[in-house]
Design a protein around this ligand. Structure first.
Ligand code: ME8
Length: 583
């Protein structure tokens, strides 16, 4: 039986009621001028090589970090590897190497993947680093110093693949591969084992009310909203104390409990403290904490939204400012798993679709609220239609020599495209028509729409809006058919230049807004438009200033060199092509 936590707690000195800590002042929160943010991905287990799911978490955090970097403020992005615990100890044994060698190798694979994927991390933490061991031991000592730990006999189920303890209600029985009955975790389906040992317990049960108050006072702290509601529901259930150490005789690959050589710190406490380590804990973290914004998968929400805030409150620190949660990628409708042989290797995807192509696909198709499905045809169809044809085609059309022979950012004419607010009823608007005014309004609104969607963790919606505007711009170009206008006729030339100017302005804006998602392609686009690196921030975005009677710094500028198609058209896999051709 699991020892009832309340019983053990009665032996401890009584303490006053716990209150949730006050929030940080608004100036230090995640939005507004001069803001700071410490974005993080989960730190990944090194029991196997990285797959597309890990990459997705990193890309979400990277895109957010890059977008915020386009505005004033200071930010960091941390990622890394979670290297302690039974599961890693076992993985090293299975691969015939020592844990340190095994960890160094797999951690290197994550580091390489993220570097190759252009994830702009500012820190890559490994939990085996001395700075982290020091932070964890300091954190442990702080918990102990505040009377938050006690020793008790723990008896219950432990799931090594998930590295977590489970109650009877969280366990079920299923046949294993050989058909023998086997106890598994209800949530993950992984096998569990009965453990009985003396551990340190954390008084998690004391934090049920403070956690509820914290969440009720910060309605947007966990997004998307359904995950916030889920955590509130969890908090209505019993919240038992948490075992936070393992007997050293069973687990040697971990950080020892300070002052007790018989115990190893539980791998999840070790892992969660990484967010403080990267903030400089225990010396300089106050400069960054609590401006922590964690991006996590739904599988580890409980650890981040319940255990972690409680542990932080227990040492007198604020909970994180923001927890962004995403769902999972499946492959052709199936969960990714080694046994099914359908694990998607991101490096192979970079070769197939390019780095930016795969970044775009994951961020455009990934909807954090629900699981998303990956299959090759879907990626190719999306990239061909949105990046190669719509965006690349548009750039091609307005820079092609036959239509823009001088290769410049041509002048805008107020006479051809008159400001709609200046028009008297019935007065002609030059050559612009109603849809053109709609285009200008949509594109002018786009930067605020995109930043709003990013900050609400709806990057896919931001990309949807950009794509809709690209479509509208192609419509504008098609509608006015500038290739039919005669350059020798001054009135027609004026209108032709205006069409090109408006289109280039739209493209400039799309280039700036796409930087967080497809950095290399956006750079290529902006360089082709001769937009200098120092002209690519959100403050430089002012769209179509000439329409508002202001100067346009790009007007008359020579375009940058033509370095080929913006994005390559991809071939459908042969097998599928044949399948879809029919008889
Ligand atoms: O849980 N789709 O590490 P982990 C999308 N070390 N994302 C996925 C995914 C999928 N199919 N599979 C995994 C751990 N992920 C701990 C974390 S943090 C202090 C410690 C992503 O290697 C997702 O972000 O099992 C998930 O939460 C994370 O990888 C789990 O990685």
């Amino acid at each position: 039986m699991v020892r009832p936590p309340a019983l053990a707690m009665r032996l401890l000195p009584a303490r006053g009621p716990l209150r949730p800590p006050p929030r940080a002042p608004p100036s230090r929160r995640g939005s507004g001028p001069g803001r700071r943010w410490l974005l993080s991905t989960p730190i990944f287990y090194v029991n196997g090589p990285p797959h597309v799911g890990h990459l997705y978490s990193a890309l979400l955090a990277d895109a957010l970090h890059r977008l915020r970097g386009l505005r004033p403020g200071a930010g960091r992005l941390a990622t890394g590897t979670d290297e302690h615990g039974l599961k890693i100890q076992q993985a090293a044994a299975a691969s015939g190497t020592s844990p340190p060698e095994h960890c160094a190798h797999v951690s290197g694979l994550f580091h390489d993947l993220f570097s190759r994927a252009a994830v702009s991390f500012t820190d890559f933490i490994r939990t085996t680093e001395p700075r982290h061991c020091r932070a964890v031991q300091h954190f442990w000592t702080a918990l102990q110093g505040r009377g938050m730990l006690y020793k008790a006999f723990y008896e219950g189920w432990y799931c090594t693949p998930d590295e977590c303890f489970l109650s009877q209600a969280q366990v079920t029985e299923r046949p294993d591969a050989q058909g023998h009955p086997c106890k598994v975790s209800l949530e993950s389906g992984h096998q569990v084992h009965w453990t009985k040992e003396e551990n340190y317990m954390f008084k998690l049960s004391e934090f049920q009310e403070p956690l509820r108050k914290w969440l009720q006072g910060n309605r947007h702290v966990i997004s998307p909203e359904p995950f916030y509601q889920l955590v509130l529901r969890w908090l209505e259930e019993d919240l038992p104390d948490l075992s936070v150490s393992r007997e050293r005789s069973r687990l040697q690959w971990g950080i020892p409990v300070p002052g007790d050589s018989t115990q190893t710190i539980y791998v999840w406490v070790d892992a969660l403290v990484n967010y403080l380590t990267v903030a400089g804990y225990p010396d300089t973290h106050h400069a960054w904490w609590p401006a922590a914004h964690h991006v996590v998968g739904k599988d580890i929400l409980k650890f981040h939204a319940i255990y972690w805030p409680a542990l932080l409150m227990a040492v007198g620190l604020d909970p994180p400012e923001q927890i962004y949660v995403h769902s999972h990628w499946t492959v052709r409708g199936q969960k990714m798993s080694k046994s099914l042989g359908n694990v998607v290797d991101p490096v192979a995807c970079f070769t197939r679709y390019t780095v930016d192509g795969f970044r775009y696909f994951l961020l455009r198709q990934g909807v954090p609220e629900r699981d998303c499905d990956y299959y090759e045809e879907k990626v190719i169809k999306l990239l061909n239609s949105e990046l190669a044809d719509a965006l690349g085609g548009l750039l091609n059309r307005c820079t092609a020599h036959n239509i823009n022979p001088s290769g410049t950012y041509p002048p805008f004419s107020e006479l051809c495209f008159r400001k709609d607010s200046a028009l008297m009823p019935g007065e002609a608007s030059g050559r612009a028509v109603a849809e053109d005014y709609q285009l200008v309004a949509s594109v002018a609104h786009l930067p605020s729409q995109v930043t709003h969607y990013f900050e609400h963790f709806q990057i896919y919606k931001a990309l949807e809006s950009i794509t809709a505007c690209v479509r509208q711009t192609n419509g504008f170009f098609q509608r006015h058919a500038p290739w039919k206008l005669c350059r020798e006729n001054p009135a027609e030339k004026q209108w032709l230049d205006t069409i090109l100017h408006v289109t280039l302005e739209c493209l400039r804006l799309y280039g700036i807004l796409l930087q967080p998602v497809i950095p290399a392609t956006a750079d290529k686009l902006l360089s082709r438009l001769a937009v200098l690196p120092e002209e690519r921030a959100l403050s430089d975005v002012a769209f179509l200033p000439r329409y508002h009677g202001k100067l346009c710094p790009f007007e008359g500028r020579q375009l940058g060199p033509d370095t080929g198609p913006l994005f390559p058209r991809l071939e459908m896999p042969r097998r599928r092509q044949l399948e879809t051709k029919g008889p």
